[in-house]
Design a protein around this ligand. Sequence first.
Ligand SMILES: [Zn+2]
Length: 240
Amino acid sequence: MRTHQLVLAWIEEQLAGGALTVGGRLPPERALATQLAVSRASVREAIRILEAMGVVRSGVGSGPDAGTVITADPTAALGSALRLHVATSHFPVADIVQTRVLLESWSVAHAAARGQAPELDAAAALLERMDACADADEFLALDAAFHVELAKAAGNAVVGAMMGSLRAAIQGYASSLTANLPDWDATSARLQGEHRGILEAIRAGDGARAGTLVGAHIEGYYREAGMPSPASGSGDTPGA
Ligand SMILES: [Zn+2]
């Protein structure tokens, strides 16, 4: 095990055991190096890795913001990792589409069972903004945000974070497909009709209908852009 991995293992152990908690601070670099018998460079490397993973934030100077603070920001780190792996084609777009159908049909069904959630109001507000939006890329950024709100409305923190992580990848593939669409105005009007149908079904407590509608919405866009059915499995054919 490399020495910075010893530091990572120790921090993970402290988090799992509850000795370190969100909002708390890591021991100072020098103290940690002495305690674990590693170099300060190893401690710094471990902290850089944890920063990139959204687990800690390094403060500067002295005072209340000084030191390395434990944070909990999984979406930023997971989101950029997913986006990079989509960029390398390690994660084919068809697999992202299939994952969306899986997560989102579950989410809307649970959101419907849960009743009114503040995320549904946020989702409705995003639809208003999309109505006023002529630019396709901007529309699709709001569209991805709308789907994240629906997922969060289910009330499961892990599913919400997973959808938050997928957001940039969703926006990326949706934007890359607009060139394949013959008539953006017609497509965006159709998407908005579908968005309102999904939201209405959730608000009416009809989880089964909301699930069917969201699946058809996600796959419909993908197919309209001329992509093969994601349900047939992607294997080594990324589609785009
Ligand atoms: Zn949508």
